[in-house]
Ligand binder design. Structure first.
Ligand code: CP
Ligand code: NVA
Length: 318
């Protein structure tokens, strides 16, 4: 792994290794603290959008691992406006050991990775949210140790979070059902890729507009906001279309009794999820948010940690 930009470009083994490492680092932290494997390392964090979880969990993850994170606020560097993305990548590479970025345009993530001399981590773009997906699967894995054959049902907008989720599920053999309104389906190319992954892993994909059909007997119900950051002008239009996709008592009753109710947060309570479901016995919303910390430690350790030496000992020929 050179960067962490999309779930789609990781192999299932790379994902499983990250999950194992996240569990190990989580146990280590619980037993008294992580080893300072990133001592002296600095992570530059570019934010074009607001954040609670991503900002705080990356900053604290770096601290727990002995390193440091630097927050760069939306108005500060004018990514692609005040200065080209390529130049920002080149300049930051001279100061920091890694770059984490939350952007609107996914092309900006790709350009950062292209021009940076250090690893780049995608902390959400309009296209996807791979850090979220890794933390989500960690949360499921802790409660359902056999992932293969589980069903995850996503209800709501076919957005950035849904994109990374369908890709991680289909990489790992988890069946994926999604219910969205017709005009808010996942982008066709995202589904095409997911079908390729599913053909290899044995996952099944099911798309519908009927939320009740999507959640029947499922293991996990997942939702996200109806209006993502950057889509604020569409809020009223979306609010008229999405109410049938609310995760509420009637919907959750159709799933398995021990279904896990998930949401990446921030939640708009009373819109895509009711208080009863967000705070009920099936909800794993807050362990899920915590797991961002542990999942991202694994990503940071993998990308910024010392690489194992692979130099072969050569016998001197005399
Ligand atoms: N889930 C998530 O990424 O939250 P933030 O937007 O608060 O970082
Ligand atoms: N889909 C949401 C996720 C926030 C973490 C957004 O992009 O605003």
């Amino acid at each position: 792994m050179q960067h962490f930009l999309t779930i789609a470009e990781l192999t299932s083994t790379e994902i499983e290794n990250l999950l194992d490492l996240a569990l190990k680092l989580k146990r280590e932290r619980a037993k008294g603290g992580n080893k300072p494997i990133l001592a002296g390392k600095n992570l530059a964090m570019i934010f074009q959008k607001p954040s609670l979880r991503t900002r705080v969990s990356f900053e604290i993850a770096m601290k727990h691992l002995g390193g440091h994170a630097l927050y760069i606020s939306p108005d500060e560097i004018g990514l692609g406006k005040r200065e080209s993305v390529a130049d920002v990548a080149r300049v930051l590479s001279g100061y920091a050991d890694g770059i984490m970025a939350r952007v609107f345009d996914h092309e900006h993530i790709l350009a950062l990775a292209q021009y940076a001399a250090v690893p780049v981590i995608n902390g959400l773009s309009d296209h996807n949210h791979p850090c979220q997906a890794l933390g989500d699967i960690l949360t499921i894995l802790e409660r359902r140790p056999r992932l293969q054959g589980l069903t995850v049902s996503y209800v709501g907008d076919g957005n950035n979070v849904a994109t990374s989720l369908i890709h991680i599920c289909t990489k790992l053999g988890i069946h994926f059902k999604i219910a969205t309104p017709l005009d808010y389906q996942l982008p066709p190319l995202v589904v095409v890729k997911a079908r390729e992954f599913a053909a290899k892993s044995g996952s099944q994909i099911f798309e519908t507009t009927d939320p009740f059909e999507a959640v029947r007997d499922t293991d996990v119900i997942y939702t996200d906001v109806w209006t993502s950051m950057g889509q604020e002008s569409e809020k009223a239009k979306r609010a008229a279309v999405f109410p049938a996709y609310q995760v509420n008592t009637a919907l959750v009753r159709k799933a398995k009794p021990d279904v896990l109710v998930m949401h990446c947060l921030p939640a708009h309570r009373g819109e895509e999820i009711t208080d009863t479901m967000a705070d009920g016995p099936n909800s794993v919303l807050f362990p899920q948010a915590e797991n961002r910390l542990h999942a991202q430690k694994a990503i940071l350790a993998e990308l910024l940690g010392e690489k194992k030496k692979t130099t072969k000992k050569t016998k001197s020929k005399k």
